[in-house]
Design a binder for this molecule. Structure first.
Ligand SMILES: NC(=O)c1ccc[n+]([C@@H]2O[C@H](COP(=O)([O-])OP(=O)(O)OC[C@H]3O[C@@H](n4cnc5c(N)ncnc54)[C@H](OP(=O)(O)O)[C@@H]3O)[C@@H](O)[C@H]2O)c1
Length: 267
């Protein structure tokens, strides 16, 4: 029996990329899964895949930026299998536009999905975790949650905010048996750059070279699941971004020079 066997895991952003891969790996450990995202058809395809390995996998489609309906959504998720052991706040959307060109509406959309929806979902589940004296939450931040990167102002802001929020939740440690894991990936091979928002809010629709040559999504999902099972506070999953982060801390002038150049190349 493995750590996730029979655990009820709710994954947001399970229709694509990291979330879809987490679902598949968890199904192979016979977890009971609840899969959320907006695209119902894509979720059902992942569900079909997961049901080859686990007997319990339910699709709960939702736009997580729809704050008025989150309470009802959480109640539905809780009723699905009677409780929730782990919430993986993975849904998110990135950005490809310079600050001066980005409309305030786009800034707000990026903040809503990347920051407010995971915070709201987590808060709605905390009373459940308190009552059960157990519960875990993981949240997908980013290396852009540890340092700035060109054309990602709102995205980096949202991911920094997430890091700050969940780190504070960890330090408060006010709910016995509750653990939170912050995940900071660098570039992972997923369609995230296709779905990235441009200045006007339209999808970027390009697979960036950095993304294409990123860490395989299977490796990323394995590392995330291991970190959650170990109740790790924070995990960095990155290659060259790790070096940039080191410069950010220990040699800031070099960080500024390299990050600016990388951004110019990308733009
Ligand atoms: N890939 C990377 O290089 C990388 C690096 C650092 C951090 N991350 C983080 O990892 C997470 C997953 O990214 P990914 O690479 O797997 O990207 P992805 O393939 O584009 O997947 C994003 C997921 O979020 C869902 N989503 C977006 N807006 C939503 C909304 N309003 N309501 C509900 N679901 C929504 C999407 O589903 P629908 O479109 O069906 O709603 C999709 O399932 C994100 O938080 C991202 O910021 C990724």
């Amino acid at each position: 029996m493995e750590f996730y066997t029979d655990k009820v895991v709710w994954i947001t952003g399970a229709s694509s990329g990291i979330g879809a891969e987490l679902a598949i790996q968890l199904s192979k450990q016979q977890a009971a899964l609840i899969l959320s995202a907006r695209n119902q058809e894509a979720l059902q395809e992942i569900q079909r895949h997961c049901l080859q390995y686990t007997t319990r996998c339910t699709v709960l489609p939702a736009d997580l930026t729809d704050a008025a309906h989150l309470d009802g959504l959480v109640q539905q998720a809780l009723q699905t299998y009677g409780h929730i052991d782990i919430l993986i706040n993975n849904a998110g959307i990135t950005q490809r536009a310079f600050a001066e060109d980005t409309s305030p509406e786009v800034d707000r959309r990026i903040m809503e999905i990347n920051f407010f929806s995971p915070v709201n979902l987590t808060k709605l589940l905390l009373p459940h975790f308190r009552a059960r004296k157990t519960g875990q939450v993981a949240v997908l931040s980013s290396m852009a949650g540890l340092m700035g990167f060109p054309q990602r102002t709102a995205y980096a802001a949202a991911k920094h905010a997430l890091k700050g929020y969940f780190e504070t939740l960890q330090v408060e440690h006010s709910i016995p048996g509750f653990y939170a894991t912050i995940v900071s990936p660098g570039r992972i091979q997923t369609p995230i750059s296709l779905n990235a928002l441009t200045a006007s809010g339209k999808p970027h629709n390009k697979m960036d070279a950095g993304q294409q040559n990123g860490i395989p999504v299977t490796v990323c999902a394995q590392k995330i699941l291991r970190a959650i099972a170990r109740q790790q506070h924070h995990i960095v999953i990155a290659r060259s971004e790790r070096i940039l982060w080191w410069f950010h801390k220990w040699c800031p002038p070099l960080y500024y020079r390299i990050a600016r150049k990388a951004g110019l190349k990308e733009g």
